[in-house]
Design a protein around this ligand. Structure first.
Ligand code: AMP
Length: 279
């Protein structure tokens, strides 16, 4: 496995792999890697001969009041995890390498990025879309692997790949969870013991909503049921908890499947997101 910090080295290493006839799978991350990230690497290894992971805490996707400075940076442990998972190349660029002087382009994906996260994290998806477009331009993978955990982000990445005619297949991968249901996230390490004990209530709430939908309830009823369930964990402050269309992410107030329950809530200072696809 190789660890590089520059775009030039990344391109050279990938060109060498391609000349050996290998397809390239790519997993973009912000590091602080956990088993969820490793599951994306495994999905990549199952289909591609050469697996690239990027580790970059992208400053442009954090709002001014958000956790950019505190975001966990654990490069040494990340490198070990990648090595053990069979990653071939890690790109860990500096901010300067990604955004050199004169950088002036923003990728804005309209529509799908507007509600939900887009409402509560203004500018977030512009940052995500821009860095993902850049990383796809650098790595030029055959396939990019993204977690369904970040459901709206996956929709944004799919849209930008289609709209910009990027020759990449975007592969959505299932959310890995702790045994008690909490979705794995780099931010879970912020939780105090007491908060951690309440954290699975978010997934339980989504499951309660899903049950309502499966029982023929409307999207609106399902969201109400989920909110009711989450009220049992009083430390949660909900930003949104809604039923949306799986493709457009537009509100899905009526009955009928498939639908996705999506939620964001603060637990103490920590912001958690999760979702549940109901087929
Ligand atoms: P991040 O490092 O948080 O930017 O996440 C990098 C990638 O890992 C994204 O595609 C996420 O959707 C994915 N990911 C994060 N958490 C999980 C999880 N619990 N299960 C599966 N994939 C995940």
């Amino acid at each position: 496995m190789q660890l590089v910090h520059t775009i030039v080295e990344t391109r050279d290493t990938i060109a060498a792999a391609r000349s050996r006839g290998l397809s390239v799978g790519f997993v973009p991350t912000m590091g602080a890697l956990h088993a969820g990230h490793v599951s994306l690497v495994e999905a990549a290894r199952a289909r591609d001969g050469f697996v690239v992971v990027s580790i970059f805490v992208n400053p442009t996707q954090f709002g001014p009041q958000e956790d950019l400075a505190q975001y966990p940076r654990t490069l040494e442990a990340d490198v070990e995890r990648c090595e053990a998972a069979g990653v071939d190349l890690i790109l860990a660029p500096s901010v300067q390498e990604m955004y050199p002087e004169g950088f002036a382009t923003t990728v804005h994906v309209a529509g799908v990025m507007e509600g939900l996260e887009g409402e509560f994290r203004p500018g977030h998806f512009d940052g995500v879309a821009t860095v993902v477009a850049k990383l796809l331009g650098i790595v030029q993978p055959d396939r990019a692997y993204s977690g369904l955990k970040d459901y709206q982000q996956l929709a944004v990445v799919r849209r930008l790949a289609v709209d910009l005619n990027l020759p990449v297949e975007v592969v959505g991968c299932p959310t890995l969870r702790e045994p008690d249901g909490l979705a794995l996230s780099s931010r879970n390490r912020y939780l105090s013991a007491e908060e951690r004990a309440q954290a699975p209530a978010l997934y339980r709430a989504l499951q309660a909503g899903a049950e309502a939908l499966r029982g023929g309830g409307s999207g609106q009823e399902a969201a109400a049921r989920a909110k009711e369930s989450l009220a049992s964990a009083p430390r949660f402050r909900v930003q949104y908890l809604e039923t949306v269309d799986p493709e457009t992410l537009a509100p899905h107030p009526q009955a009928g499947l498939p639908a996705v329950l999506v939620a964001a809530a603060h637990l103490g200072e920590t912001r958690l997101i999760d979702n549940l696809i109901v087929e």
